[in-house]
Write a protein that binds this ligand. Structure first.
Ligand code: A2P
Length: 339
């Protein structure tokens, strides 16, 4: 088997697709060819791939024959239509949308957490988790392995880039408008996002939680392989450009001290602990996460309201580890298997 692979990026003009291309180049993915795909609107335009430019091709007319890995980030509808076609042509699809995440025959994989799920890919599709789930499970995995997590209370502080390229554009435009005393004129989010917080991401489900919140429930259980974990999420959009943050409160089966948790997290893959209250050191989306790879964990402390409770503050770049980086890491694991 060849050790150089033909790679397609679907949604190459989007916030995640563009970062997939830059991470493939940065990490020197063993590609023989990289193909940038988007809609007919973008076909013929150029996108960056390392020091080169790629000409965007129209997904609708592209022939996937010969593609080894296809990284999709163009929304659920596009994935539902085209991912099975790429898989039928022999590609492994790594899909960033929510289209297939909960399908029993589609592995949902975080590279540091459950790489063993890549042993079986019956439909030729691997799902990349939602950005909020991704960073949370990277930090929770070592704790769950050590003492068992029974319940998770999480409030997210999700940046505008989670809504695609138009999210940060709206935040910037509204901020500038408000500073000129003009109307913020919301278009991408339901109300003004600049200088505001919005306690709804995606639509509501029948139980009063939003779809975004229920992703945290279902995806966490699937990735950690434990359907008994109770999860109580609140997902909030905040006026941050890049980087999601989460205040996470855990209840564990056995007691874990803050010092023990810190020691576990310090040696876990993909995590950087930034936790020095005496010096005022904790991670933030701007100072730590934005543009960098690790999942940052700080504010590690024992919950004063529960004998086996632990509180954490988890921050990561939602476009990198939360989406594009993990997709590339999954492709790297699969490429290594094929040798
Ligand atoms: P395009 O720029 O041609 O519309 P984001 O989530 O950051 O807004 O990005 C969405 C991505 O999905 C973009 O690359 C966009 O390409 C792509 N996309 C949207 N609709 C289609 C389509 N019908 N076919 C292929 N790609 C699409």
């Amino acid at each position: 088997m060849s050790n150089r692979f033909k790679v397609a990026v679907v949604g190459a003009t989007g916030a995640v697709g563009e970062t997939m291309l830059s991470i493939l180049a940065e990490r020197k993915f063993p590609a023989s060819e990289v193909i940038a795909l988007a809609s007919e609107r973008s076909a013929g335009n150029k996108v960056d791939f390392g020091n080169h430019k790629l000409t965007i091709q129209d997904l609708a007319t592209f022939d996937p024959t010969g593609v080894d890995f296809a990284l999709f980030s163009a929304g659920g509808d596009i994935s539902r239509e085209y991912a099975p076609k790429f898989a039928a042509a022999g590609a492994i699809v790594i899909d960033n949308s929510s289209a297939f995440r909960m399908d029993a025959d589609v592995p949902l994989v975080v590279s540091e957490v459950n790489p063993e799920a890549l042993d079986s890919i019956p439909r030729g599709i691997v799902a990349n988790p939602n950005c909020s789930t991704m960073q949370m499970v990277v930090a929770l995995k070592p704790i769950h392995d050590a003492v068992g997590i029974t319940r998770i209370n999480v409030a997210t502080y999700q940046s505008t880039s989670g809504a695609g390229r138009s999210g940060p554009e709206e935040l910037g435009r509204q901020t500038a408008a408000l500073l000129r005393f003009e109307d913020p004129n919301p278009t991408r989010f339901p109300v003004q996002i600049a200088y505001n917080l919005i306690p709804q991401i995606d639509s509501f489900t029948d139980n009063g939680y939003t779809k975004e919140e229920m992703k945290l429930v279902h995806e966490t259980r699937k990735i950690l392989g434990d359907a008994s974990i109770q999860v109580n999420p609140t997902a909030v959009r905040v006026p941050v450009f890049f980087g999601h943050s989460e205040a996470v409160h855990l209840e564990t089966r056995d007691k874990l001290t803050a010092a023990e948790a810190r020691a576990l997290l310090e040696k876990a893959p993909g995590i950087e602990v930034v936790d020095n209250p005496a010096n005022g050191e904790w991670p933030t989306p701007v100072t730590h996460a934005s543009g960098s790879d690790p999942v940052y964990v700080g504010r590690i402390r024992e919950d004063i309201s529960h004998p086996r409770g632990l509180s954490l503050w988890i921050v990561a770049d939602n476009i990198r580890k939360g989406a594009a980086l993990n997709a590339v890491q999954v492709a790297e694991l699969l490429a290594a298997k094929r040798g």
